[in-house]
Ligand binder design. Structure first.
Ligand SMILES: [Zn+2]
Length: 191
């Protein structure tokens, strides 16, 4: 399994590193199995390379769905690929964790980017982690946009082998392990 980088957003059960490589203190956030470390919560991986310590930052687990407003920035994972929309399960709003609730948002194809996109698959793939802005609320669902330089895919795993994809241009990503290539609407801090 590949190295997880500092700052990566992970979800419960995600591999985060080798048990022999890192020390960790918070056993509520990280668990060990067969020599590997896995996330016990959703959040951002923090690695101290000098001390070789690893943790997961979970800024505020108390946020609920009711606290999400129009204009908020959310981070979610692409779960439903449809013809004209992508459905995200939202994990964070304004850097606060909401993984305890099932909160979903949709991005319509016309709200992905300011340049024309013919198919949703030219911008997103299932399992991509996406930063988006809330533009409307319908009951417990949110309409989202990724039009903006800081919005779009923040991390992406290869759909073939699971390795973290690398940026190869403004819209291009490539798997460093198997060479799988793809197009994405990338956030400017994608890594
Ligand atoms: Zn691959």
């Amino acid at each position: 399994m590949t190295e997880v980088k500092h700052g990566k957003f992970v979800m419960i059960g995600d591999f985060i590193g080798g048990a022999e490589e890192y020390a960790y203190e918070d056993t509520l956030r990280i668990h060990e199995k067969n020599g590997n470390l896995y996330a016990s919560i959703a959040g951002f991986v923090t690695i101290n390379p000098l001390k070789r310590t690893i943790n997961i930052e979970n800024p505020d687990p108390s946020l609920t769905e009711r606290d999400i407003k129009v204009g908020d920035i959310v981070i979610g994972q692409a779960e439903f690929m449809r013809k004209f929309t992508v459905g995200l399960k939202i994990y964070l709003a304004n850097d606060r964790n909401i993984y305890n609730d099932s909160v979903y948002g949709n991005i319509h194809i016309s709200k992905i980017s300011n340049s024309y996109i013919e198919k949703v698959e030219e911008a997103f793939k299932k399992t991509d982690i996406i930063r988006a802005k809330v533009i409307q609320k319908f009951g417990t669902e949110y309409e989202l946009t990724t039009d903006g330089p800081n919005l779009g895919v923040v991390t992406s795993s290869c759909t073939i082998c699971g390795t973290q994809m690398e940026k190869k241009g403004q819209k291009n990503v490539e798997c460093p392990f198997c060479g799988n290539k793809g197009l994405r609407k990338l956030a400017n801090d994608f890594f």
